[in-house]
Design a protein around this ligand. Sequence first.
Ligand code: SF4
Length: 705
Amino acid sequence: MKNTTSSLKQTTCAYCGVGCGIDVSVSQNNEVTISGAADHPANFGKLCIKGSKLAETITNDGRLLTPMISNKAVSWPNAVKHVAGQLNKVIEQYGPDSVAFYVSGQLLTEDYYVANKLMKGYIGTANIDTNSRLCMSSAVSAYKRAFGEDLVPNSYQDLDNTDLIIMVGSNAAWTHPVLFQRMQRAKALNPQLNIIVIDPRSTPTSESADLTLNLKPGSDTALFNGLLAYLANHKLLDTDFIGNHCNNFNDTLAMAKKYTIEYVAQFCELKQTDILHFYKIFAATDKTVSFYSQGINQSSSGVDKCNAIINCHLASGKIGKLGCGPFSITGQPNAMGGREVGGLANQLAAHLDIENCEHQKIVQTFWQSPKIANKEGPKAVELFNKIKQGQIKAVWIMATNPVVSLPDSNQVIAALKACPLVIVSDCVDKNDTLSFADVKLPATGWLEKNGTVTNSERRISRQRGIMPPAGNAKHDWQIICDVAKAMGFNGGFNYSHPSEIFSEHAALSGYKNQGKRCFDISPLADLSIKEYDLLKPIQWPIKKTNGQTMGTDSLFTDKQFFTKNKKANFIAVEAKLSVAQTSDKYPILLNSGRIRDQWHSMTRTGTTSSLTEHINKPQLSLNPIQAEKLGIKTGDLVTTSSNTGNVILSALLTDHIRLGEAFAPIHWNKQYASNATISNLYSAITDPISGQPESKQTAIKIRKC
Ligand code: SF4
């Protein structure tokens, strides 16, 4: 019988922070066909290979289809009653700080909103943190320090309209492919456009660069401090912008002065001529975007690195104009949405400050909640430490796999084993974290979930529920609200549709004007279900002008920032290398990251056979000179050990890696290879401000098996 297709619906990709729009049609036989959405401003019809294979992941195989307590199937009412009863019991006995949620940038904004509301407004603690802590929390802290709020100034259209893109700590060709293709198109149309790649490795991204700086791992702050000093020494500063719109320039420059070209060359292990070439291009190019990602953020000095980049944009006035700005790119599909609703342990909803009494009052009054968290909660690594130490006795992990993604996975396992109550809600029935769950709650997956996400350029898009939930799976927001009501919190969780949660989130963003803060989407507060369903992608902040709802592409065009005196802050930062340095025992520095065709712990991409054709096993990339000394050839199995653990990987010799360094992908875990979980090798070293773990640098030794 001939299949007739359903009408086309648009949703967004389940993977990276580019947030590509996807057109979906489902046949009467439930066959799913997808293509890039031509009218979505994030991708204009393009998809990368991961996104284009999403339809192949739509299957009930491997799905968690029913709630389980102690690995026995139970009904939803029993599961909800059990979870609520157990959480209440722990809170009654040990207080609110004895329970925690660990959530995810894979959740939709509506899921995130109610999880945050339950923990911060009803249970009354900030014991909620997210795997987005591992992705972009350093960028959040740096933006707040510089601009007074967590604000990404840029839009993707800046990449189409610039003359210089500086890619720092980003292999976008593999990690954010659709944006990388956009940059390549911009370069084809504009031969003046220079692309400079700053990365310890030579990557597929650097293949098309005009200049690549393979700097010493972790030395980025020195390179940008040197740029600031160079601009000052050569009278290339935008003195009007600095004088009229910035604070703290003199102290910052005083700190940067020692970063001469000679000093930077030595610190960063770069040639002076290459450094000078970079500085001259930056100084000569008015329209400049710095595009940075996990190579900057995932560092024990990630916040300082971000501020060193921002300082150079402020010093040269390269901000608030088309084609200019410091642009942090998020890793996950909804890392930004989590920031909006206060998914981080150090934030309240609507970008409000958790330790600000006025902000606490705004949120509590709006929610009419019995409590409000008034101090920062533990950030991801600290949260799991508290579980291990017995201070947190019940944890609910939602849509994430911390055993694979957090550093020092043996300690995470020890924490989960020690925790009296581990609840995991997920759409899959097996992963390394679910093995430790006392309660498993089946959540809906991509094409079933219904709500919103926000991509790296502040663009809110709909993810639409196009397929029915698999088995007895429920939406995360429904599970959280059912548990909240069963805990006795009736008033705040009576939602029947995600549009009601979105409306509330939007209304809170404009409630009492909040001292004219930037995050405001309140014109979307009154959407009907139909309007919500039809919502077109839109960038916040959102205004209503002459009856028209308008988004905002670029921030700071009026040169007004969100500090007390409306000026941007220079931040004086000193370059600090990671404490994870080599020694006689561990003489090689390991870097880690994503490969082109896999996503995080492979729960979805690992099921698509065509995505294993690119790289089909966990590899350790090594410099050939290094490998020769160790008697290692491509294809040899090597035991890779650090002071926290060891893994077995297949050696790949490449001169794209600096001598004394190595690289391994983050994706493989117990489900796909017996001993290849890279987080095993990383100590839980974090940035002192953002709490983001150092996931790019650990000292290892290598031995042929
Ligand atoms: Fe999905 Fe990112 Fe690929 Fe776009 S670039 S299709 S959002 S993985």
